[in-house]
Each structure stands twice: as structure tokens, then as C-alpha cells.
Design a protein around this ligand. Structure first.
Ligand SMILES: *Cc1c(COP(=O)(O)O)cnc(C)c1O
Length: 359
């Protein structure tokens, strides 16, 4: 029998058992082709069904119409920190909100391509919260406003979009992509590395409004131009076929969970279960301010580091893995992405209660 732990890793993160079992069928003989998905030609019919199947499933889940282009890229969300300004900083000025390390990295790359205006930052408060709407301010005429929907390291999440007015809104959704319903009409670009909430590492999804794409710069290295990938349906070069296959299966799985409404309600219930336990006595100390709490990455501390270390160690021994906080902030973090079952969170809550009782 295969042994599976409850996996709270922040990324790559846990995948649904159901999907992994299905994936196994694609390993040796995909649908009678006598080849595994990794061995199919990316120009073949069976592969095209997988490729376009993922694009269609993402659009279906988001309710995205024909005005949207879905790109399947490589290089992680980190490459989008560069591709985005290269393609879309057309007048040379963009606004960024800074809510954590990933947002800082996005700013660092954007500065190589133009002027970056910081529209809001909570750095002085050690990123314990995201900015309130009234704190977001930037000069009119910016090419776009960028924000990080969920701050994986600090355990914060924007409860709603920052006010962008007529400025195109761009989101790094790497750690909460497809985790809840999205008001798509407020966005111009969404991008996400797959390995947190969508599938395995290796594929990065970018969703762009076509009118913006039409205005993108074109004097760029071929592989770094959004238009190359749009014009070639993300088949300009060899795509990461296996990662796309698993991501496609994950999207089908999401559809079976009731789409974004279904998974969103379950994610909310999971987060509530965990925060309620952390708030119960004061023994555990959630690090994010209440209004900014993430439903994906639940960060908390104990009285001292030695106790935190002991908790992580004992949890691992009990089959609850990956609870150590990011090295930049310490503490503890439970990542409870889409694929984390309610039973996994229940097991963690029971463990936390027992750990507290034992002192
Ligand atoms: C993990 C993460 C990234 C970096 O993703 P890569 O795919 O490793 O480049 C960027 N943004 C956020 C919000 C993340 O959580």
C-alpha cells in the first residue's frame, strides 16, 4: 500500500489523490496510443486535446469569454516579473503594491524596464496586512497596477481587489489561483505558477485581455513576447507537456468540486476551522491581521522558537508534514491549497489541540 502524508508544503504543494491515480494511466499507455503523455509529439492530436483542454478548462472555471487569451508559459511566475513590464510597460511607467517578498521581486524586475511607482506598501508593518483600499494611490496614466493576491510567505490575502479605476489591473495569483470566484471584469492580466494551487511546477499560466495584448510591445526577444505565444496558441516551442497534462486533470477535478464556487466555499470552511482553533486560547498566535488573513497559507507562532521547532517535528512524526514557516520569517505555516482535504485540516486541528494540552 502507498503511504501518503498530510502535506502542508507551500509549493510545490499537495495534489488530489484522484488526479495522481488518473495521471498514472497517462504514464505508460495514454488512451491506447502505446505511449505515455511525456512521449507524445506535441504536434499530435492526443496532445493537442490535453493542451487545448487545459486552456478551455481554465476559461470555463473563470467564466472567461472570447476577449481573454490563455497562455501556457515556462519560467515560473518569476519570469512573469520580467515579461509583464517588457510587454506591457508601453509608456514606461507602472504602479505596484508591495505586500511581501514576491511583490518586492516583481518591483525589482519592473524597475529594469521603466519607472515604478509604489502605490501602497505595508513593509513598515512587516507585511502583517495588505493595504486598505484608501491607502492605494498612484498617478493617473500608469500602464497598469500590479498586486499579489495572496502573499504566500506572510500569510495575507487581499479580501478584494485594490481600486485601479481605469488603469489595467494585473495580478500575481500564484498562490491562490482558482481557489475562489474571481470578478474577472476587474482584471486585465492574471498570472500564476502552477505548483501551488493548479498542478505541478513547469507550467505558468498567464491570462490576458486581448485588447491589452494588441497594444503590447513587439520589439522583444521572440520567446519573451506575449504575442509569440498568443499567435502560436502556446505551441511556438515544445511546451511542458506533462505539467500541462496534470494541470488539465486538476482543472477537471476542480470542475467536479463545483467549480470556483464549490472549491471557494470549501477553502473558506477549511480556513475557518484552522483559524478558530488558533484563536481559541491565545496559545497560538496567528501572524496576519484578521482582515488580511489568507485562506491558503495560515501563518502562526508560538511563545518561542524552540516550541515551534518541537511542534513541527512532532507534527511530522504524526504524518502532518511541511509546517515550518518560510526561512525569511520563521514560525509555522500551514498551506491549505485546493487539494488539501477537509480531513487534513481536521487532523491538524486535533494535533494542535493535543499539542497545546500537553504544553
Ligand atoms: C511561489 C511564488 C512565486 C514564484 O513562483 P515561481 O514559479 O517559483 O517562479 C511568485 N509569486 C508568488 C505569489 C508565489 O507564491
Amino acid at each position: 500500500m502507498t503511504h501518503r502524508v498530510v502535506n502542508f508544503n507551500p509549493g510545490p504543494g499537495t495534489l488530489p489523490d484522484e488526479v495522481l491515480v488518473e495521471a498514472g494511466e497517462g504514464l505508460l499507455d495514454y488512451r491506447g496510443t502505446g505511449m505515455g503523455v511525456m512521449e507524445l509529439s506535441h504536434r499530435s492530436k492526443p496532445y493537442e486535446e490535453i493542451h487545448f483542454g487545459l486552456m478551455a478548462a481554465i476559461k470555463d472555471l473563470l467564466g472567461a469569454g472570447d476577449e481573454w487569451e490563455v497562455l501556457l508559459l515556462q519560467g515560473g511566475a518569476s519570469l512573469q516579473f520580467s515579461m509583464l513590464p517588457m510587454n506591457l510597460m508601453t509608456s514606461g511607467r507602472a504602479a505596484y503594491t508591495v505586500t511581501g517578498e514576491w511583490a518586492q521581486r516583481a518591483v525589482k524586475e519592473a524597475k529594469r524596464h521603466g519607472t515604478v511607482e509604489i502605490a501602497a506598501t505595508t513593509e513598515a508593518e512587516k507585511f502583517r496586512r495588505v493595504p486598505r483600499a484608501d491607502e492605494v494611490r498612484f498617478e493617473p496614466g500608469a500602464d497598469y497596477l500590479h498586486f499579489t493576491t495572496n502573499n504566500t510567505i506572510y500569510g495575507t490575502q487581499w479580501p478584494s481587489e485594490p481600486p485601479a479605476g481605469d488603469t489595467p489591473l494585473v495580478a500575481d495569483m500564484s498562490s491562490d489561483f482558482l481557489s475562489r470566484p474571481v470578478a474577472l471584469e476587474r482584471y486585465a492580466v492574471i498570472y500564476a505558477g502552477a505548483q501551488k494551487n493548479l498542478g505541478p511546477s513547469g507550467v505558468t499560466v498567464a491570462i490576458l485581455r486581448k485588447d491589452l495584448l494588441a497594444r503590447a510591445k513587439s520589439d522583444l526577444p521572440t520567446m519573451l513576447s506575449y504575442r509569440t505565444h498568443a499567435d502560436n496558441k502556446s505551441l511556438y516551442n515544445t511546451p511542458p507537456c506533462w505539467a500541462i497534462f496534470i494541470s488539465m486533470l486538476c482543472c477537471r477535478w476542480l470542475q467536479r468540486q463545483g467549480g470556483l464556487t464549490g472549491i471557494g466555499a470549501r477553502n473558506e470552511a477549511k480556513a475557518k476551522l484552522l483559524y478558530d482553533e488558533l484563536d481559541r486560547t491565545g496559545f497560538y498566535r496567528p501572524t496576519a491581521e484578521r482582515e488580511s488573513r489568507s485562506r491558503m497559507n495560515v501563518t502562526f507562532r508560538l511563545a518561542d522558537e524552540a516550541q515551534e521547532e518541537r511542534l513541527a517535528k512532532e507534527a511530522t512524526a504524526a504524518g502532518l508534514v511541511g509546517l515550518k514557516g518560510h526561512r525569511a520569517v520563521g514560525g509555522l505555516r500551514a498551506s491549505i491549497y485546493n487539494a488539501m482535504p477537509v480531513s487534513g485540516v481536521e487532523a491538524l486541528v486535533a494535533f494542535l489541540r493535543d499539542f497545546e494540552a500537553r504544553g
